[in-house]
Design a protein around this ligand. Structure first.
Ligand code: URA
Length: 432
């Protein structure tokens, strides 16, 4: 019998908890024996007091043991790679990375999530493709990774059920943004889903959970340690999320940008991040190449059309129509123009993400539907020069009223100045 109140008190008073105590608490919570209010108090104690490395591993391990696990490598008979982003605005990286890596001959099997707050979710983006099924059985998922080389699906209900409960609780008790809790939440899902090697994209800046490079580094180190402890190969890229990634923010718009990128026509920052992630994943794979050769293979797969071909096979395998003109389009497209000449000095990622969300691209309540056609395209990015009156962004909206409001919000997200800001690379640091 777990004494939840006692464990809460001891963590509140900054005591270390034994691994077995954390494990009992988490498993009792997942089993419905510990109520939400005690688990919420425990999360708040952790928020203020933190967990050390051993405690964070105990939490991660207990969350994994709360449900099923998959051994992807054994099921496929090959080394399988995976990637994960901590979440950002305009982040469609997995959608381009998956087809490129698979076109290079490396199996890529991934379970993804839905949008959270101002950040978009891979599943929501995929569901803008008519017919696309994000729910496959584990059998179908494995068959597709084997046959096509690529499958991206929603997380199965039995995988890390403790995280599902805990995440919902943290979301409404102001306990999401704690390094140990985020690291355990992400890594429990990645480890349970079974890939042998994982590339983690830790977003840093205004549009990310981690606002500073120091916090991002701490999260990255914690996740690297958890991955290694579980016998996985892991690398972390710390990447810029001070402005939206690429141009497109919004579901179908981001699918279009993915297709353009697979054709070799993507925005430079997005293309660079995709190739960097592919290089790491290919270097982790059983192809026996290093990162430089991995990058060359990835670039070649884009240039020779094999990545785009694999995208089409993948989408069709999951029931979707891969044709670009099958994607929904918004009835109203409104240009946002520069009020002055000069340089773009900033684009608030959260503000653009919220403008897209209010247009209907994301959810304001848990069960709300999504308008897949709407969103924003940031035509000018930080460092670009602009003339007064030149289009800097496009708002794709359902009606004139929401287009007008979003256009005002997007304009307010832009900063202008007389000189170009210092250039920031998309990949800020690589760890692991
Ligand atoms: N993403 C997750 O899966 N969990 C967190 O806690 C934060 C981001």
């Amino acid at each position: 019998m777990v004494h939840a109140a006692e464990l809460i008190r001891r963590k509140r008073d900054d005591e270390e908890l034994a691994s077995e105590e954390i494990s009992e608490l988490v498993l009792a919570y997942a089993g419905g024996e510990v109520p939400d209010y005690q688990m919420a108090a425990f999360c708040m104690a952790v928020y203020f007091r933190g967990l050390n490395g051993r405690e964070t591993f105990a939490l991660t391990d207990a969350m994994i043991r709360s449900g099923e696990t998959i051994d992807l490598g054994a099921a496929i008979g090959r080394k399988v790679v995976d990637k994960h982003s901590t979440g950002g605005v305009g982040d469609k990286t997995s959608l381009a990375v998956g087809p490129i890596v698979a076109a290079c001959g490396v199996p890529f099997g991934k379970m993804s999530g839905r949008g959270l707050g101002h950040t978009g979710g891979t599943l929501d983006k995929l569901e803008s493709i008519p017919g696309f099924r994000v729910e496959l059985t584990t059998e179908e998922f494995l068959d597709q990774v084997r046959d096509v080389g690529l499958a991206i699906i929603g997380q199965s209900a039995n995988l890390v059920p403790a995280d599902k409960l805990l995440y919902g609780l943290r979301d409404v008790t102001a306990t999401v943004d704690n390094v140990s809790l985020i690291a355990a939440s992400i890594m429990s899902k990645k480890i349970a889903a079974g890939a042998d090697a994982i590339v983690l994209d830790v977003k840093v800046g205004d549009g990310a959970f981690m606002k500073t490079i120091e916090d991002a580094r701490e999260l990255a180190e914690s996740m690297l340690e958890l991955g290694r402890h579980a016998g996985r190969e892991v690398a972390c890229v710390l990447t810029d999320m001070d402005q939206p990634l690429g141009q497109a923010v919004g579901n179908a718009l981001e699918i279009r940008e993915t297709i353009a990128t697979l054709r070799g026509d993507g925005p430079p920052d997005f293309t660079e991040l995709v190739l960097a992630a592919c290089a790491h994943l290919l270097a982790f794979s059983d192809l026996g190449v290093d990162e430089a050769a991995g990058r060359q293979l990835a670039s070649r797969a884009v240039q020779d059309g094999s990545a785009l071909g694999l995208y089409e096979r993948w989408i069709a395998a999951q029931g979707g129509d891969p044709a670009e003109d099958a994607l929904p389009t918004a009835p109203v497209v409104r240009e946002v123009t520069a009020p002055t000449g000069g340089y773009v000095t900033a684009i608030g990622a959260v503000d653009v993400g919220m403008a897209a969300l209010r247009l209907g691209a994301g959810r304001q309540t848990k069960d709300q539907g999504i308008d897949h056609a709407v969103g924003v395209r940031c035509l000018k990015k930080r460092g670009d020069s602009v003339e007064s009156g030149e289009p800097i962004a496009e708002v794709h909206a359902r009606d004139e009223a929401s287009a007008g409001q979003a256009a005002d919000e997007v304009l307010a997200a832009y900063g202008f100045g007389d000189s170009a800001p210092a250039a920031t690379p998309i990949v800020l640091e690589t760890l692991g």
